[in-house]
Design a protein around this ligand. Structure first.
Ligand code: NDP
Ligand code: GDR
Length: 329
């Protein structure tokens, strides 16, 4: 039985990856940090099948202990401060959790189990300002946020450990991927949750930032398969994972609102609070290498993804409403 350690297992990607590895018969160790109010929402359905280890990215001793306890064949380093907008008001915390923490994790693996295969969650946000389009593994980085800068560090330190210590370390440069488990502050989920609340009469408007930005949005369930595939190859390498299609935030709004018979123009209010100090105008990935070398294929397209997320948010908001009505009768 193969053993895997996942950091960030309670997040969107961690939950899909844990499901995938459990299906494949892995013994899955999930590292989670201590919080005053633990949140297992994304992994509730598999909570009993995960071996839980307490640890924090900022605490190297706890990471060493996590690797020692799990004795992993594969380590998936997904934990990070992952919200780009929060990286301006919290640039130092972001550097610690998204950049330096990668060295912590690599050191823990190098010291305790250097033969373990290592996956680093890198990001299309590293491409930032458009230098070349579509963006591929060889496209130079030009990050536009403290988050993007931190991810560039995480990417290069992973490459450096591979080249310095001969570790099997891979960096997956993943473009935006979404799901009903996406955090509520990210744009797709903010929109699908807003659509559900507006449709059900619980909210009157949706306050948004830059509607012109273009993103290459895929489904998280498809993307975690690529993470696994990267660690099954003969040689470690870095891969772009994307759909090769891009859509604007405006198209996202149109797709989500029209699905429930509404016109987004009647509800969307532009709010400077959600406009970023520097924007990544356009992200479009070329994942030819992943298709050819990993045999990776995506299954869920943009429209299907948005509809899936609206459906799930409609169900969730309806059941929350019923619950509060019951509590108040
Ligand atoms: P989420 O924000 O959903 O999950 C982040 C996870 O990291 C959570 O489990 C969180 O725990 C954990 N975490 C945060 N800080 C710490 C800490 N100090 N110690 C231990 N755990 C911590 O992110 P996603 O699942 O969307 O993304 C996974 C990774 O992939 C991230 O590194 C992200 O930057 C990267 N990425 C994501 C993309 C996307 O489109 N989703 C695209 C490219 C890269 P808690 O539940 O306690 O908050
Ligand atoms: P992003 O995702 O920054 O690409 O990072 P996000 O969904 O936050 O923003 C996408 C685009 O939408 C624009 N936008 C808004 N965004 C939010 N959150 N809220 C709004 O109201 C709003 N209005 C417009 C943004 O300006 C931006 O252009 C995600 C994260 O998952 C990262 O961790 C990951 O590395 C990258 O994707 C790839």
């Amino acid at each position: 039985m193969k053993r895997a350690l996942i950091t960030g297992v309670t997040g969107q990607d961690g939950s899909y990856l844990a499901e995938l590895l459990l299906e494949k018969g892995y013994k899955v160790y999930g590292m989670r940090r201590r919080t005053s109010t633990p949140n297992y929402e994304n992994v509730q359905h598999i909570r009993d099948r995960i071996h839980w280890i307490s640890g924090d990215l900022n605490d190297l001793a706890s990471l060493i202990e996590a690797v020692r306890q799990s004795d992993p064949d594969e380590v998936y380093n997904l934990a990070a401060q992952s919200f780009v907008a929060a990286s301006w008001p919290q640039p130092i915390a972001t550097a610690q959790m998204t950049a330096i923490s990668v060295t912590h994790m690599l050191e823990a693996v190098r010291i305790v189990k250097p033969t373990a295969r290592f996956y680093q969650a890198s990001s299309s946000e590293m491409f930032g300002k458009v230098v070349e389009t579509p963006q591929k593994e060889s496209t130079p980085f030009y990050p536009r946020s403290p988050y993007g800068v931190a991810k560039v560090y995480g990417h290069w330190i992973t490459v450096n450990y591979r080249e310095s210590f001969n570790m099997f370390a891979c960096s997956g440069i993943l473009f935006n991927h979404e799901s009903p488990r996406r955090g509520l502050e990210f744009v797709t989920r903010k929109v699908t949750d807003g659509v559900a609340r507006i449709k059900l009469g619980l909210q009157q408007e949706l306050r948004m930032g830059n509607l012109d930005s273009l993103r290459d949005w895929g489904f998280a369930g498809d993307y975690v398969k690529a993470m696994w595939l990267m660690l099954q190859q003969d040689e470690p390498d870095d891969y772009v994972i994307s759909t090769g299609e891009m859509h604007s935030v405006m198209e996202l709004l149109e797709t989500a609102f029209s699905y429930v018979g509404l016109n987004y123009k009647d509800y969307v209010v532009l709010d400077p609070e959600f406009v970023r100090p520097a924007e990544v105008d356009l992200l479009l990935g070329d994942c030819t290498k992943a298709k050819e070398k990993l045999g990776w294929e995506l299954e869920v397209g943009f429209k299907q993804l948005v509809h899936m997320m609206v459906d799930e948010d409609m169900k969730r908001v309806q059941s929350e409403t019923r619950y509060y009505e019951l509590m108040n009768t």
